[in-house]
Design a protein around this ligand. Structure first.
Ligand SMILES: [Zn+2]
Length: 460
């Protein structure tokens, strides 16, 4: 594949001979490098995500695909030896994707690579055609007068950059989470956003958007980064765009969803458990390998590895939450269903399959020695201690927050996470088995320490 992207070759044999000699030289080295990678594909974690992505595939929340994933998950967790794997059902609002296409009209007509945002409204079946107004940022839209927006298709650009800690997703992601509602409230007929992503493929990034009470959903879609750059260039040249847009997703009403919960019982079942979470649902554009098949593989394999041969003192509970992508429905339902049972500590894996490089440890003030012990063990494994507050995430964050439970965030290298996040490119081949196993190994060491801690205080 790489060779094909090299500059067109002249018809001279020396170039071909050189390529052939490079290939011959590299072949043994590649074969050697592949061997350990293949061995790592036999790990519990890699096999789990490989099987989830190939035997279940996409599992959009609130659809029969997600229900099938829950059935699969219960069987798999039982086969792995977990106690009492079961489904905890709840209901959430359903939404499914429809047709999606967009075209810049005019002399330089161009089809755009788009995908509807989760919870997008719909155009009529035949689509709409309207003038487009370009905003360089969500902030620019916020301060624009309604007259600049009314009756138009709003385009929101962004300048998100790849960062190790994934820190661009919070601020730039607001354009997706809240931008469509702001545009709708100013009278826009539809919204296109530059994908909240850092790749330069023509893969649009979906993700949920929100509609505050009283704001009627309008059609809202993400445009691939290269297409967004084309729109920006045309805007800079003063092109007044007309856009033809067809988006026909629909809301399907109250729909069944659920969490999958299973335990590795501790030696003292009366002690509050350690909760490790991920989300089982995925977007529908791909097989949800990094988001969040990898996370479920990591927490599950780590729980097994930490207790292999000898159970720890506390029960380790695995939560494969549902409905995360559409708005954290599973995490909320878990917190409600288990409000009466104290949890000692919560951790979540939902940032891909990159290596853990930092841990943020938020324990009660009385647990300084415990925190230092965790940090020292991780330091030996190349993971540094970070500052600030651990938050958990959409799946374990609700219950941890409500109970003031201790939280540890294992921060992964997210430099390339937003190249793939919520795209048709979120597939198994993007997972490096060695990096995945590094997550399992570091998580397992943490779980051994906290699992054997007789006392874990609440956070103040
Ligand atoms: Zn996720």
């Amino acid at each position: 594949m790489r060779v094909a992207s090299i500059q067109p070759m002249r018809k001279t044999t020396p170039a071909l001979a050189l390529l052939a000699s490079i290939a011959a030289f590299q072949a043994p080295a590649l074969a050697q490098a592949d061997a350990p990678q293949d061995a790592l594909k036999n790990t519990t974690a890699y096999k789990l995500v490989a099987d989830l992505t190939s035997q279940v595939g996409q599992r959009l929340a609130g659809t029969p695909r997600e229900a099938y994933a829950r059935q699969w998950a219960v069987k798999r967790l039982a086969a792995l030896g977990f106690a009492h794997p079961h489904i905890e059902p709840y209901t959430m609002p359903g939404w499914v994707r429809g047709e999606e296409k967009a075209m810049l009209l005019g002399a330089a007509e161009q089809k755009l690579a788009i995908t509807a945002l989760g919870d997008s409204g719909a155009t009529p079946a035949g689509g709409i055609t309207a003038p487009m107004v370009y905003f360089a940022s969500f902030n620019a839209l916020k301060v624009a007068p309604d007259s600049a927006v009314k009756g138009r298709i709003v385009f929101i650009d962004n300048a998100m950059q790849p960062l190790q800690d994934g820190g661009g997703y919070g601020p730039y992601g607001d354009a997706r989470r809240a931008g469509p509602a702001v545009a709708a409230s100013k009278g826009a007929v539809a919204v296109l956003i530059r994908s909240i992503g850092t790749d330069h493929n023509r893969d649009p990034h979906t993700g949920v958007t929100g509609w505050p009470k009283g704001v009627t959903p309008i059609p809202a879609a993400a445009v691939s980064v290269p297409d967004a750059e084309l729109i920006a260039l045309r805007a800079a040249h003063g092109v007044s765009e007309q856009v033809a847009l067809t988006l026909t997703p629909r809301f399907t009403g109250p729909s069944p969803s659920g969490n999958v919960v299973a335990d590795i019982p501790g030696r003292d079942p009366k002690l509050p458990p350690i909760l490790v979470g991920c989300h089982l649902d995925s977007w529908d554009l791909a097989t949800g390998a990094i988001d969040d098949g990898a996370g479920c593989a990591i927490v599950t394999a780590a729980a097994l590895q930490a207790t292999h041969g000898a159970p720890v003192l506390r029960t380790i509970r695995v939560l494969w939450a549902g409905g995360e992508e559409r708005g954290g429905f599973g995490g909320e339902a878990y917190a409600k269903a288990h409000a009466g049972e104290p949890h000692a500590l919560a951790m979540e894996s939902d940032t891909g399959a990159g290596r853990v490089w930092q841990a943020v440890i938020s324990l009660g003030a009385a647990d300084k020695a415990l925190g230092d012990a965790i940090a020292a063990r991780l330091s030996d494994m190349g993971v540094i201690r970070g500052h600030g507050e651990a938050e958990g995430g959409e799946d374990v964050g609700y219950i941890a927050h409500e109970q003031k439970a201790a939280v540890i965030d294992m921060r992964q290298d997210m430099t390339h996470y937003f190249d793939l996040h919520h795209t048709p490119d979120d597939t198994l081949d993007k997972i490096n088995p060695a990096d995945l196993q590094q997550n399992v190994d570091t998580w397992a060491e943490v779980l051994k320490i906290v699992g054997n801690a007789p006392v874990i205080a609440r956070q103040s």
